[in-house]
Design a protein around this ligand. Structure first.
Ligand SMILES: Nc1ncnc2c1ncn2[C@@H]1O[C@H](COP(=O)(O)OP(=O)(O)O)[C@@H](O)[C@H]1O
Ligand SMILES: O=COP(=O)(O)O
Ligand SMILES: [Mg+2]
Length: 556
């Protein structure tokens, strides 16, 4: 089998104008970024906003191995399968971060014959949105420190600064730094921190904002620090809104590219689901729903993270109503959850499969709590065996859960027909009863406890003194009605990445919390989760190169 990048580079893409035309998007509604990428104009939304919505299908997964289990691949393959079936389908994805691309996980354009192209562009600079987000984030940081340097009229307490700098790279040495060293004119010395761009509140705001007016309103609400009286200081008070919005003017527009089989793909925003809310933008999703009969979108990592945040944050805040959820499982991840080391996952191991399948069981139960019909798919790997398929299929069918095998990685759309047919049947015969997991008016601690107990299977949550104090201040400021965005490891249902399968008898330990007032959610930091990842011993960067003709190699 060729590598992902070899398949992608051999692809014969259609001019993006032709791909757009298939959805009724005229050239005047495209802002071209070369021949194969384009942004959608604001005017397009005005033209389509009153149309009826298509069906919305979310793709999620069980708790993954470090490589990921194929949500993006399945999303792309489903878009291609629906295309082959003559359905008007479009997919909505997040944009990859440079962090994992040069780190452990690699790119996020899907894989095999279920990829979006041009994959090198998508995995690297794409249309510049992440650079714009990074610049807006760091402009706010610069304005904050400059305000302190210029006399600190707002009385900002340098010990209570919440805003962090960001960079789209895995760079552990930036987690905790000291700024302002040098002479008096070099600024006030203080502890500072970097997060990875996908964890920036600017990213979340871009993904949740409806339009420029909403974006600016949200940017203004960002709490950057507290003053000596303990009162919040906002980006509005630093007069930062206009300049940040100017930097984000183009980033706010969704990007259109295509799959290997020319299905339209809206790619916009890219928050991770372990340290952020893990969903692509509301703008892209809502636009897709106006352009197609079926929209397939994805949310990051396992259903305990991306799907829970898609259902409890994105859909709640944007008024979206998902019609079905596809739960991706893989033999390798089930064995990983059954205790098999990641370098032995190709070997058949029925005992580990039987031990690890409880993770799939828990995610099926969890998704059913949101009232959305669930279809389980097994993302087929070359190393899988018929016996393993049969066992997993029977496990699902014994629980009355729809199941279909997916071979989109190896076969593209053709490999997704069985799954697509199962989804169409579900869409036609099982109306969604979507509802959120907890009401707005529930207290923040009770929201966290509800997620811990219902989704993670914990006995409950414990709150470190800093977390309890922060949550009380957040409620006293009037943000108690916001949903909660849990920052937690993606490998375990618990906050301990070594507890795989379906752990029980554990507590979720909330070590701190802060309000993303612009994004409109409260972040609860659990266990040892970090918002600035590090590079592994052998980073993917070691194998990436470009030749004299500009041909890139080593991306995967
Ligand atoms: N069926 C498969 N066989 C082999 N590799 C696969 C398969 N499905 C996905 N992959 C690879 O696994 C990695 C993760 O896939 P991806 O779709 O990005 O997962 P996720 O979105 O869940 O993180 C990618 O490198 C992809 O090419
Ligand atoms: O936030 C993580 O996204 P993936 O699971 O698609 O890598
Ligand atoms: Mg993905």
């Amino acid at each position: 089998m060729k590598s992902d990048i070899e398949i992608a580079q051999e692809a014969v893409m259609r001019p993006i104008k032709e791909v757009a035309a298939a959805y009724g998007i005229g050239e005047d509604d495209l802002e071209l970024y070369g021949k194969y990428k384009a942004k959608l104009t604001d005017e397009l939304w005005e033209q389509v906003k009153d149309r009826p919505d298509g069906k919305l299908v979310l793709v999620t997964a069980i708790n993954p191995t470090p490589a990921g289990e194929g949500k993006t691949t399945t999303t792309v393959g489903l878009g291609e399968a629906f295309g082959k079936m003559g359905k008007k389908a479009i997919i909505a994805l997040r944009e990859p971060s440079l962090g994992p691309c040069f780190g452990v996980k690699g790119g996020a354009a899907g894989g095999g014959y279920a990829q979006v192209v041009p994959m090198e562009d998508l995995n690297l600079h794409f249309t510049g949105d992440f650079h714009a987000i990074t610049s807006a984030n760091n402009l706010l940081a610069a304005l904050l420190d400059n305000h302190i340097q210029q006399g600190n009229a707002l009385g900002i307490d340098p010990r209570q600064i919440q805003w962090k700098r960001c960079v789209d790279m895995n760079d552990r040495v930036l987690r905790n730094i000291v700024v302002g060293l040098g002479a008096k004119g070099d600024g006030m010395v203080r502890e500072d921190h970097f997060v990875i761009t996908v964890a920036s509140e600017i990213m979340a705001i871009l993904c949740l904002a409806d339009n420029m007016e909403d974006l600016k309103n949200r940017l203004g609400k960002i709490i950057v620090a507290y003053n000596f009286a303990g009162e919040p200081v906002t980006a509005e008070q630093l007069h930062a809104v206009g300049s940040m919005a100017a930097l984000l003017k183009d980033a706010l527009k969704p990007n259109l590219i295509q799959t290997l089989e020319h299905t339209g793909a809206l790619v916009h925003g890219g928050p991770f689901a372990n340290i952020a809310h893990g969903c692509n933008s509301v703008r892209a999703t809502k636009t897709a729903l106006k352009l197609a009969d079926v929209v397939v979108t994805e949310a990051g990592f396992g259903a305990d993270l991306g799907a829970e945040k898609f259902l409890d944050i994105k859909c709640r805040k944007a008024g979206l109503k998902p019609d079905a959820v596809v739960l991706v499982a893989t033999v390798r991840a089930l064995k990983y959850n059954g205790g098999v080391p990641k370098d032995q996952l190709s070997a058949e191991n029925p005992e580990a499969l039987e031990k690890g399948i409880v993770n799939l069981e828990k995610h099926i139960e969890n998704l059913q709590k949101f009232g959305v019909p669930v279809v389980v798919t097994l993302n087929s790997f070359i190393s899988d065996t018929e016996a393993e398929y049969a066992y997993i299929r029977k496990f699902c069918e014994d629980r009355g859960c729809e199941f279909a095998l997916s071979e989109v990685w190896a076969k593209g759309g053709e490999g997704g027909i069985a799954l697509a047919e199962k989804i169409m049947d579900t869409l036609e015969n099982k109306p969604t009863q979507y509802h959120v997991l907890y009401p707005d008016e529930m207290s923040l601690k009770d929201k966290i406890n509800t997620i811990a107990r219902e989704i993670y299977g914990a006995d409950g949550a414990s709150f470190a003194p800093a977390a309890a104090k922060a949550l009380k201040r957040i409620e006293d400021m009037g943000f108690g009605n916001l949903p909660v965005c849990m920052a937690k490891t993606q490998y375990s249902l618990s906050d301990d990445q070594t507890k795989l399968g379906r752990p029980s008898g554990f507590t979720i330990n909330v070590r701190d919390a802060y309000v993303s007032a612009g994004a409109g959610f409260v972040v609860a930091l659990t266990g040892s989760i970090m918002t600035m990842p590090g590079l592994p011993k052998k980073p993917a960067a070691d194998s990436i190169d470009v030749d004299g003709n500009g041909k890139i190699t080593g991306l995967f």
